[in-house]
Design a protein around this ligand. Structure first.
Ligand SMILES: C[S@@+](CC[C@H](N)C(=O)[O-])C[C@H]1O[C@@H](n2cnc3c(N)ncnc32)[C@H](O)[C@@H]1O
Length: 212
């Protein structure tokens, strides 16, 4: 049994500008692609485009994919990232499958209108709260885990606000944990922001051992 290690990139905010520049220099075609895609929505209702991750996140995400060459990415919290994932997939010399999960019907419709679901691989599912503390909901997108035995990369950028019976608490996405426990292996991942979720996985990895 090896040590269960964090393999995702946990970006610090102070690195943002530097990472944005690196993104532009190292992957100019993806930088221009994301820049022109996002610009299409800059003048629209703000509620419709605030989902974009920052460019430092895109940079780390692209590097991780190109280096580790995953075969199946499962994304929680789709949006511009979904467009980028499919764009990268088109350029690879192997087949990369992308599955994205959204939990809010309104955002699902908006994302479809915004062409963020170019190949129809985004699915709308319920969000399930598995447990809670005074200030945190532990929740997962409710889909059969065994549908994705081949998952080798998880991108966490969702859910958004979780409000149950009018009570809004911070949330931790447990889907990655559930995959890792079910399949008894590490899964490469990136988490955008979401400090509670990052902390949860850092602690989770320290406390468990799974085969490398
Ligand atoms: C941060 S967004 C996902 C962003 C996406 N990964 C990207 O980089 O474009 C996470 C979730 O919040 C919800 N959401 C999307 N846009 C939102 C907005 N403008 N305000 C509040 N919630 C939003 C959706 O349910 C979405 O799945």
């Amino acid at each position: 049994m090896g040590k269960f290690q964090t393999v995702g990139e946990y970006r610090k905010d102070k690195d943002r500008d530097e990472l944005r520049l690196k993104f532009k220099l190292e992957y100019p075609e993806y930088y221009d692609f994301m820049d022109s895609f996002q610009r299409k929505y800059y003048n629209k209702d703000k509620t419709k485009f605030t989902m974009g991750a920052d460019y430092g996140f895109y940079y780390g995400l692209i590097g991780n994919i190109l280096e580790k060459r995953p075969k199946h990415i499962v994304e929680y919290g789709p949006g511009f990232t979904t467009v980028l994932l499919h764009r990268i997939a088109q350029d690879l010399d192997y087949e990369l499958k992308v599955t994205s999960y959204e939990d809010v019907p309104m955002w699902f419709d908006i994302l479809n209108e915004m062409e963020c679901n170019p190949f129809g691989t985004m699915k709308l599912v319920e969000l399930k709260v598995e447990s809670e503390t005074e200030d945190i909901y532990y929740c997962c997108y409710d889909h059969p885990i065994l549908d994705h035995k081949d998952v080798d990369f998880v991108l966490i950028d969702g859910p958004g606000d979780v409000i149950i019976n009018k009570i809004n608490k911070r949330n931790i996405n447990t889907n990655l944990h559930n995959f890792e426990v079910a399949f008894d292996r590490n899964i490469n991942h990136n988490i955008d922001g979401r400090h509670e979720t990052q902390k949860f996985y850092e602690t989770d990895y320290k406390n468990r051992t799974l085969p490398q």
